[in-house]
Write a protein that binds this ligand. Structure first.
Ligand code: ADP
Ligand code: MG
Length: 617
């Protein structure tokens, strides 16, 4: 046995400053010292494991690689023991007497730049020194991995000095005994400590035992190879991590070393609870560094529209003590989020091909998020657009197509992608808008929800094809294959007629023209304001009408000079101008009705009564 010696040291100035802040400020996140000490223990075990690979002579080589936490509510202590690499005298002085750690330095810089320490500690963590938030004194008993290393005790009360003494009988690794302050005695209560360990350290790579009971029973399967994991383990992990009861629908398990180290395991849940009106889902992909939790609900890791995902993203490249504030500007965190988002999009796209029925189920539950993404996330818009599904004029009712498939069906002469919005398939099929496209064999997507119109207008393009509303005024659809049958008004008759119609309708409409679009219908209302989607127009209209103004958005009318009704109306306007004017009004209203833009149903109904009277004569 060596003669005990005591070495007195003063902390380096910056450590003193740090300890002063830690000890004298009010803080809310005291509990994070447990996370910090367990993660140090885990690091030390990891280092030992590494050393074992290259060194033959290791002190106490039969000890198992585990972490033991013990609480003692009589002595008011909490102890962290690991059988890891341990520290030599020089290492004690170097590692615990100075600040090497970048997170802690960043913490000090934040304080120096005038930020209040309250709350910052929990966000940064201050590594080993966080123990002094709760400690009257800290003792580190240690023996480094070498056989000939000293048995040492490092002691400090955090007040400026520390001592290193030689002692005897130490096992390999570190045992850190914390004598708790009077206002921190909750940390010698087993149940309290158990909760904290389970929250932060459930997936630490080595067994974590609290008073002899192993706490981390769920493995950090995201770090493993896919082939080592069974379906049941995946599901069990999902349920544990997401506190969920359903079965996950899809999962993405992804490991990479370069350009950044990522181990990610994320799930699409079986249910979208936002649909049931449970309110906005909190983001649920937790951020870890080497199996130690950094943030269980990071707001800025993934885009908002991916808030339905559950799971874990772990990167060994992240500093454990990255702050939640700096996380937002961290290039590394952005990169992580971007890589995972792209992977998730690809996974969903792949599944839609491999597993269309399951994908359809997914889409029913989660399409709102995809659409939200298209509207809000420019970076991933293209990938998101591939996930959209719509009915179309070529699908059966209830069946959908992707935009990619639509594009493959486009004719050579077709430049744009067309869509129509209405509340139902039958409303589109019986309305006047589809016929021009049908006559030319052009496919039209059917969109039924208001958000879909926004989605279409945000998309603008898909695969370099413009996305265009089929009720747009200035569409060049080309000639129809079959020339429409029957007589037509002559050109001069038609121009007189349109002039008369425009005059009769007054300020209600924009331009009135003849056109080639219509086959079966006499008239169609077209949108001449490209910026206004039909949904926007209806909204503007509603707002405007409430205020009792003229209609704000005017639609153009296109008439079909081959239609019997138009020809008869043309004759009537000289024979019976008054009657013709009533019919003209109704013609315009019918067009508006088909556009979903009826102005005042009472006016319309009264006029219909008048027309019925004519008919009954
Ligand atoms: P960090 O863990 O980020 O390096 P800490 O303040 O938590 O910063 O720890 C400082 C250093 O002290 C560690 O880098 C490590 O070298 C040493 N250390 C802390 N705890 C232990 C331990 N249980 N075993 C061995 N070395 C340790
Ligand atoms: Mg640490």
């Amino acid at each position: 046995m060596s003669t005990p010696t005591t070495d007195k040291h003063a902390f380096k100035a910056e450590v003193k400053q740090l300890l002063d802040i830690v000890i004298h400020s009010l803080y809310t996140d005291k509990e994070i010292f447990i996370r910090e000490l367990i993660s140090n223990a885990s690091d030390a075990l990891e280092k030992l494991r590494h050393t074992q690979l290259t060194e033959k002579e290791i002190y106490d080589d039969t000890l198992s690689l585990e972490i033991n936490v013990n609480t003692d509510d009589k002595a008011k202590t909490i102890t962290f023991q690991d059988f890891g690499i341990g520290m030599t005298r020089e290492e004690l002085v170097q590692n615990l007497g100075t600040i090497a750690h970048s997170g802690t330095k960043a913490f000090l810089q934040a304080i120096e730049s005038g930020q209040k320490p309250e709350g910052l500690i929990g966000q940064f963590g201050v590594g080993f020194y966080s123990a002094f938030m709760v400690a009257k004194s800290v003792k580190v008993f240690t023996h480094s991995w070498r056989n000939d290393a000293e048995h040492l005790i490092w002691t400090s009360d955090g007040s400026g000095n520390y001592e290193v003494e030689t002692t005897d009988g130490q096992r390999r690794g570190c045992k850190i005994v914390i004598e708790l302050k009077d206002d921190a005695t909750e940390f010698c209560i087993e149940s309290k400590v158990k909760n904290i360990i389970q929250r932060y350290s459930s997936f630490v790579n080595f067994p974590v035992n609290l008073n002899g009971e192993k706490l981390n029973t769920v493995q950090a399967i995201w770090t493993k190879n896919k082939s080592e994991i069974t379906e049941e383990q995946y599901t069990e992990f999902y349920k544990y991590q997401a506190s969920a009861y359903d079965e996950p629908m899809f999962r993405l398990h992804f490991n990479a070393d370069a350009p950044i180290a990522i181990n990610a395991l994320v799930f699409v849940p079986g249910q979208n609870t936002e649909r049931f009106g449970f309110g906005r889902i909190d983001p649920g992909v937790s951020l870890y560094c080497k199996q130690v939790l950094i943030d269980d609900k990071p707001e800025k890791l993934l885009p908002d529209w991916l808030r339905f995902l559950r799971g874990v993203i772990d990167s060994a490249d992240l500093p454990l003590n990255i702050s939640r504030e700096t996380m937002q500007d961290s290039a590394l965190v952005n990169k992580l989020g971007h890589v995972i988002t792209k992977r998730v999009l690809k996974m969903l796209h792949d599944e839609s091909g491999k597993n269309p029925e399951l994908y359809e189920k997914f889409y029913k539950q989660f399409s709102a998020f995809i659409k939200e993404g298209v509207a809000t996330d420019h970076t991933h818009r293209e990938g998101l657009a591939k996930l959209l599904r719509y009915e179309s004029s070529l699908t059966e009712a209830g069946k959908t197509t992707s935009l990619e498939d639509y594009v493959t069906r486009m004719k050579e002469s077709q430049k744009d992608i067309y869509y129509l919005h209405a509340l139902s398939r039958s409303a589109i099929e019986t309305g006047p808008y589809l016929e021009a496209f049908k006559a030319r064999g052009i496919e039209v997507l059917f969109v039924y929800e208001a958000i879909d119109e926004f989605v279409m207008s945000y998309l603008v393009n898909f695969k370099e094809k413009k996305i265009v509303a089929a009720d747009q005024a200035d569409l060049d659809l080309g000639e129809t294959d079959k020339a429409p049958e029957g007589q037509s008004l002559s050109e001069s008759e038609a121009s007189d007629f349109t002039a008369w119609l425009r005059q009769s309708l007054g300020e209600r409409v924009g331009k009135v023209e003849t056109g080639k679009r219509l086959v079966e219908s006499p008239v169609i209302a077209l949108n001449n304001d490209k910026m206004a989607t039909p949904a926007m127009r209806r909204m503007m209209k509603a707002m405007h009408q409430e205020q009792g103004h003229e209609p704000l958005v005017k639609m153009d009318l296109e008439i079909n000079p081959r239609h019997k009704l138009i020809q008869k109306l043309n004759a009537l306007r000289t024979a019976n101008p008054e009657k013709a004017k009533v019919l003209a009004e109704q013609l315009a209203d019918n067009a508006m009705l088909a556009a979903g833009l009826v102005e005042d149903p009472r006016v319309l109904v009264n006029r219909l009564h008048q027309i019925l009277e004519f008919a009954a004569e």
